[in-house]
Every structure is written in C-alpha cells, then in structure tokens.
Design a protein around this ligand. Structure first.
Ligand code: HPA
Length: 252
C-alpha cells in the first residue's frame, strides 16, 4: 500500500475521498499517530501530515520513529515523502521540483534509529542509495506526465543531493556556501532521519522536493514566509496532481 507523508503546505489531500482517520498506537509516542485513510479510484492510500494537523510541529520536534512505525503497522510498502526545500542547484529556483537521489545528513540529536535496543544485536542498514530507485522512477514518470500538461513553467530535476539541516532557522549564507561545496543541490529540514527509518523498516521510500526559495545568499531578495507560502500554494497543486496519478497505481 502507498503512503504519502505530507510536508509544509500539504497537510490535506482534498481531491481524495476520506474514508477514516486511524489512531495508531506506537511504542515511540504517548499519543497514537493519526493517519488518514483515503481512497482514490477504488484504491486506498494512507496520508500522514508530518507536521501534525494544523502544522504545529517544527522539523526537529517531529516524532519520525512513531510516524514510520505507524505506517508500517498499517501495511505500508511504499512511501512518497513531500519536502519543501531551499534551492542550491541552478535549476532549482523557487517553484521547481527535484526527485533527489542522495542525502547528506547534518542533523544531530534526533532519534534516528529503531535499532537502539540494548537487548537486540547491532544492525547496520545499507544506505548507499538512500532512496528506492524503482519508486523514484515511478515518481519521475508521474511528474513528467504532469509537467507535460503544465508546460515550461515547472521543471523537475531527476536527481540531486538533499542536505538535511536541523532548523528551524534557515541557514547563513556561509553555511549554504559550505553545503554547495559539499555537493548539496537542495537544503531542507525533514528528509532525515525519515528516509533512514523507512529503510530500517524495509519500506521503499522516495521524495518529491519542491524548492520554495533560493537557499540563503543565493537569491537577490530576502527570504520571507510570505513569499515561501506563495510558491507553496502553487507548487502543492502540482504535487496533488502528481499524487493523484500515482494513487491510481498498484503498490505492493
Ligand atoms: N533551508 C532549509 N530548509 C528549507 C528551506 C531552506 O532554505 N526552504 C524550505 N525548507
């Protein structure tokens, strides 16, 4: 079954039929995780707004382990994550998309593994390729079909390195210059540990990243929440259409 993890600007999927809200207890959170069960053309899709309903949780306070465990318990096999990012690559100006193929993790202090139980054997997942290649290709195909309809206004970069910072503040210009030297094409705050936790649970995981601003120091204007929201409003319409295309497909 396909699950969608919604990011900033995507806390609802109005175009899907709402079946029920499941409250899923996990060992990682006091409160159950609320997962929306949606239906589209007779197929069920799960939807989990990462920042909580009403966008209340900043990136460093999200309970990534509880979220991934809840999706696993509901029978998820594939996850499409939606991530708002700052663009570093020249092709990733505000309003353009990427389906990243690599990650550099700059976060610290987040609960980043399910394998921290002292009773069980030490386990190291292979994370050479952090995203599932076959799911990335399916996502790129759906993006390509949508972009062909929308025209040249929207581009999708078929790869790229996602640098994940802690936030919630945005970066300094020097930090972005360093991210660029490191090889990052985009910077966001929510890609990790989500991707690694999905791999630990053997879930296929891919990300659709929307650039909502030029990363700090790369654009000619100040980064404001107002401008970010303008880009988000438009971009998330494209995201919804891409997700509708994917939701009609079989995932198992
Ligand atoms: N930096 C980090 N995370 C982000 C940005 C950014 O510029 N824009 C959206 N999420």
């Amino acid at each position: 079954m396909l699950a969608i993890i919604g990011g900033t600007g995507l806390s609802q999927l109005e175009l899907f039929e709402r079946v029920e809200v499941k409250a899923v207890p996990t060992v990682y959170a006091k409160l159950p995780v609320a997962v929306l069960c949606l239906r589209h053309e007779r197929r069920e899709v799960l939807f989990l707004p990462r920042h909580g309903e009403g966008h209340v949780l900043p990136p460093h306070s999200i309970n990534y382990r509880a979220n991934i465990q809840a999706l696993k318990l509901l029978g998820t096999t594939h996850i499409i994550a939606i991530n708002a990012v700052g663009g570093i690559h020249v092709e990733l100006g505000p309003g353009h998309f990427a389906v990243p193929d690599q990650i550099i993790d700059y976060t610290s202090g987040r609960s980043a593994t399910f394998f921290d139980d002292e009773q069980s054997a030490v386990h190291h997942i292979d994370f050479t390729q952090p995203y599932d290649e076959s799911l990335r290709q399916r996502l790129l195909l759906a993006c390509g079909e949508q972009v062909a309809i929308e025209g040249d206004d929207v581009r999708v970069l078929a790869g790229g390195v996602y640098g994940c910072t802690d936030g919630p503040r945005l970066e300094t210009a020097a930090e972005v210059r360093r991210l660029k030297r490191d090889g990052c094409d985009m910077v966001g705050m929510t890609g990790m540990p989500e991707a690694a936790l999905a791999r630990e649970q053997e879930l296929a995981y891919a990300s659709l990243a929307l650039s909502v601003n030029w990363a700090a120091g790369l654009g000619s204007e100040a980064i404001t929440m107002e401008k970010i929201h303008q880009v988000l409003d438009r971009g998330m319409n494209t995201v919804r259409s891409v997700l509708q295309r994917l939701a009609t497909q079989e995932f198992n």
